[in-house]
Write a protein that binds this ligand. Structure first.
Ligand SMILES: [Zn+2]
Ligand SMILES: [Zn+2]
Length: 338
């Protein structure tokens, strides 16, 4: 089969590799759609703890080619989506549905070969049936939608809350839509220099979408939310934004860290944290919310198509990573269709 093989950091080649054999409890999936996520970019740059060579990719959908000991009644020919990782199944985190926290977690494209290939081998229990009305391209984002739902389970208030989301990337735009679905009152999206993302946030339902450089940023937020937002969700990956979130959030509110941060935060505003009685919450992983995520797509409560900026062939996988790294490009969600 053909696969995008990352032989060392920043060196991807399309190679012919043996199609994986499966054992009892495993499945082989013909990959139809793969999203390049921030974790894949870290793997590509060699900043993640992974082995080389590796076939990257962990967020995908496809068709079951072969399955042994399937769960959920799946058989060859079925349309499926998948978890991106799985835990040991025995530790306290796995038993409470928080497999992303398992210390023995196996992650596609990190600790085992991933889905930027014609076929991928997974544990059969991580596959779910994909409804006919949900496209392969929409369902490659299910992991991220499930992560956003997991985030909302940690919110103190839902109905009528005022929220600010920092970072109109793929995940931020999904969180924004999930917040709307669960009953947020006002939602403000704050972006960086890429005007197109700010416009898209507005198109997808933000009450206000602003650049963080807007000189009247705080006044505009206060006009909509006089006490400040109940929750600020940091999804831009900039550590400094946590301080911005702390100063912006309402007294007694919540700041959520929902990114992988490449640098530690200097000048952490610990006195504001204390004086405003703020909760800071880290949110990692999708919990057990994959099927809920798929239902949101079925109901058309979440739009993915406008977030997909590029559909590329497997041959163009390298170009996909380069687009993701180019801060001047209009790349948002780059999807590979092997
Ligand atoms: Zn991911
Ligand atoms: Zn475990």
């Amino acid at each position: 089969m053909r696969a995008a093989v990352l032989n060392k950091p920043c060196e991807i080649n399309i190679e012919d590799v043996p199609r994986p054999d499966i054992s009892e409890g495993e499945a082989l999936v013909r990959v139809k759609s793969v999203g390049i996520c921030g974790t894949d970019v870290l793997v590509y740059k060699g900043l993640y703890k992974n082995k080389f060579p590796i076939i990257p990719g962990h967020e995908f959908s496809g068709i079951v080619e072969e399955i042994r000991g399937g769960t959920r009644g799946l058989k060859a020919g079925d349309r499926v989506y998948s978890r991106g990782s799985w835990g040991c199944g025995k530790c306290e985190f796995c038993l409470s549905g928080r497999q992303a926290l398992c210390k023995d977690r196996i992650m596609l494209g990190v600790s085992t070969n991933g889905c930027m290939a014609e076929y991928v081998k997974v544990k059969s229990s991580v596959l779910y049936p994909l409804s006919d009305e949900v496209s392969f391209d929409d369902s490659q984002s299910i992991v991220s939608i499930a992560c956003a739902i997991n985030l909302t389970t940690k919110l103190k208030y839902k109905l009528g809350m005022n929220a600010v989301v920092l970072g109109p990337g793929h995940n931020g735009l999904i969180i924004m839509q999930v917040l709307r679905h669960i009953g947020a009152d006002h939602i403000v999206m704050i972006g960086g220099s890429r005007e197109s993302r700010i416009q898209l946030a507005s198109d997808l339902g933000a009450d206000l979408a602003l650049s963080r450089k807007d000189p009247e940023l705080m006044e505009k937020i206060r006009r909509l939310m006089p006490e400040g937002p109940d929750v600020v969700i940091e999804s831009s990956g900039s550590a400094e934004s946590i301080n911005q979130a702390i100063s912006m959030v309402k007294t007694g509110g919540t700041v959520m860290a929902f990114s992988i941060y490449s640098r530690p935060l200097d000048n952490f505003q610990i006195n504001e944290l204390y004086n405003k009685d703020i909760s800071i919450v880290g949110v990692k992983g999708a919990g057990s919310y994959y099927e809920d995520a798929e239902r949101l797509l079925q109901k058309k409560a979440i739009q993915i198509k406008p977030i997909i900026s590029h559909n590329l062939s497997l041959d163009d996988t390298l170009k996909g990573f380069e687009l993701m790294l180019d801060k001047t490009s209009n790349a948002l969600r780059v999807v590979i269709n092997p």
